[in-house]
Design a protein around this ligand. Structure first.
Ligand code: GAP
Length: 511
């Protein structure tokens, strides 16, 4: 088994064991691509939301929030193009009867070539030692250049076929590359078909289809239809943004990789309304700004990259993904799209209501252009979890499992641990807990040996353990243990609040 699969399996089982993520309806053998967040999971999720909201809404005078409903008037989805164009290309293997996304099969094939390039680099690095220059190697080595040419040619063919709706071309490419079904091992494929990803349901009791509703596949449309409500009531001037966090639903054909691709998930989206013609300036601004946000968490700059889209969605004139290196490779974490005036214009046409802005500086009205930033909350959660999961070999030969979650995002900031259950230590520990719990999420634990409790808190990702012992009762000091260094120091109880506050100070991250 490849090492990354091994690591990913461990992350998934760790997430369950420590109350981060459970399979939905597990007692009924689960429901595919639906997950529940446990006690630690919900805290981490809330902390990610809060970090995003603070940086996007509270730190920008010209961005305000919204919480729109999941159900929307069905014409919304006609106008937005989702009824006609929100499709994935599907292909079935006739032998295994397994269904795949045709573009994902091709992308997986490309990933295999990329893995070969990476292998070549590792080999060369070993051969050349300190003299190895990766950038130079990948731009001059003949074998790598050939592989890269292959990748470019496949991408070009796939994008041309997908953007022109040439499904036969997509199938021909799968055949040309001799892509085989991972289950049956054969290339006995059906034709490629389009499959709409929206979930449909009904409102009220009529059966004639007039009350068909869709579960929203993105939160963005709730923002567009409220554009004027928000602009007028919050007295916003262009350029300005509307941010929203909420659930979205997609009937994904291939739902896999744990919470990476779910059928019910959460998005954190911001639509930024700008003057027509200024969208590219703002697109570049938000690209940089969002990458900075990711890097502010200190989870390794080299694990993020941009991937510009060649095959643009029906509403965009420029788009890029911020990709993160998940255990299964670089994959999309966030999308930044220049959506033109497509959505507002379409809603204007379908509703018959003007969605225009009077620009006092220009003295004219126009339909604003939009730059969108859209990040999947669950994918951000997986980013944090998979980056943080470590198995460390200790000097004494033991292994400790640890989640090195950025302290600001950790579900529990401090664990308060009486050394024993007697001599007034639990009472003192509870007193400390009371002092801290209003500002920081804390956990009180008295069961098991102190060593076992430290390991458990490491596995949860708690940055600080506070141990109350006999000396505490005498001089009001405790042992403060740091999760990452395992160093322990003696500090006075009065200082605890400021030490933890310093560690999780949001302004340090967002500076
Ligand atoms: N409003 C634009 C939009 O929805 P998208 O690229 O389709 O664009 C934005 O989705 C983000 O939502 C993605 O970058 C990803 O993080 C997240 N996302 C999309 N589909 C998802 C799924 N099935 N499961 C989990 N997250 C998903």
């Amino acid at each position: 088994m490849a090492n990354y699969e091994d690591i990913f399996k461990k992350v998934v089982s760790h997430a369950k064991e420590y109350g981060y993520v459970f399979q939905s309806s597990e007692i009924y053998d689960g429901l595919a691509a639906a997950y529940d967040y446990g006690p630690n999971g919900v805290e981490l999720k809330n902390n990610i939301k809060n970090y995003w909201w603070k940086s996007m809404v509270n730190m920008h005078e010209n961005i305000v929030g919204l919480d729109s409903s999941i159900f929307m008037h069905p014409t919304t989805w006609k106008a937005s193009g989702h009824i006609d164009a929100f499709n994935d290309p599907l292909i079935d293997n006739k032998d295994s009867k397994k269904r795949y996304r045709a573009d994902v099969l091709i992308e997986d094939h490309i990933a295999k070539i990329e893995a070969k390039i990476e292998k070549d680099c590792v080999k060369a690095a070993k051969r050349f030692g300190d003299d190895f220059n990766k950038d130079e190697f990948v731009t001059t080595n003949g074998r790598i250049l050939d592989r890269q040419k292959q990748i470019d040619a496949i991408n070009e063919k796939m994008n041309t076929s997908l953007s022109s709706g040439d499904l036969e071309g997509v199938k021909a490419l799968i055949e040309e590359l001799d892509i085989k079904c991972p289950v049956s091992g054969t290339n006995n494929w059906t034709d490629v078909r389009q499959f709409n990803l929206m979930f449909k349901t009904q409102m009220g009791a009529t059966a004639d289809g007039s009350s068909d509703l869709y579960l929203r596949p993105e939160t963005a449309q709730g923002i567009f239809v409220n554009f004027l409500n928000v602009q007028k009531t919050a007295r916003m001037k262009i350029p300005f943004g509307i941010a929203q966090i909420g659930k979205a639903f997609r009937n994904e054909i291939v739902a896999r990789q744990f919470i990476f691709r779910m059928r019910e998930f959460e998005q954190m989206e911001m639509q930024f309304f700008v003057r027509p013609g200024e969208e590219m300036k703002w697109y570049e601004y938000w690209k940089e700004s969002r990458m900075k946000w990711h890097n502010s968490l200190g989870m390794g700059k080299e694990d993020y990259r941009f991937h510009d889209h060649e095959n643009l969605a029906h509403y965009a004139n420029a788009a890029t993904d911020i990709e993160f290196k998940f255990p299964f490779g670089f994959k999309e974490l966030e999308g930044i799209h220049s959506r033109t005036d497509f959505d507002l214009k379409a809603h204007q046409e379908h509703s018959g209501k003007k969605l225009q802005y009077f620009d006092p500086e220009l003295g004219e009205s126009y339909v604003p252009y939009v730059v969108e930033t859209s990040i999947g909350l669950d994918r951000m959660f997986l980013t944090v979890l998979s980056h943080s999961f470590r198995e460390e070999k200790l000097e004494n030969g033991e292994t400790r499992v640890i989640l090195k979650i950025p302290a600001l995002l950790s579900p529990i900031k401090a664990a308060i641990l009486p050394l024993t259950k007697k001599d007034g230590m639990p009472e003192k520990a509870r007193e400390i807990m009371k002092m801290l719990q209003l500002d920081f999420s804390c956990q009180y634990e008295e069961k098991d040996s102190i060593g076992k409790r430290y390991r458990r808190q490491d596995a949860i990702g708690t940055p600080y353990c506070i141990t109350v012992d006999h000396q505490t009762l005498e001089d009001n000091t405790v042992t403060l243990r740091d999760r990452d260094t395992m160093k322990q120091e003696r500090v006075s109880v009065e200082k605890l609040h400021s030490i933890i506050a310093e560690k999780v100070n949001i302004s340090k991250y967002l500076a």
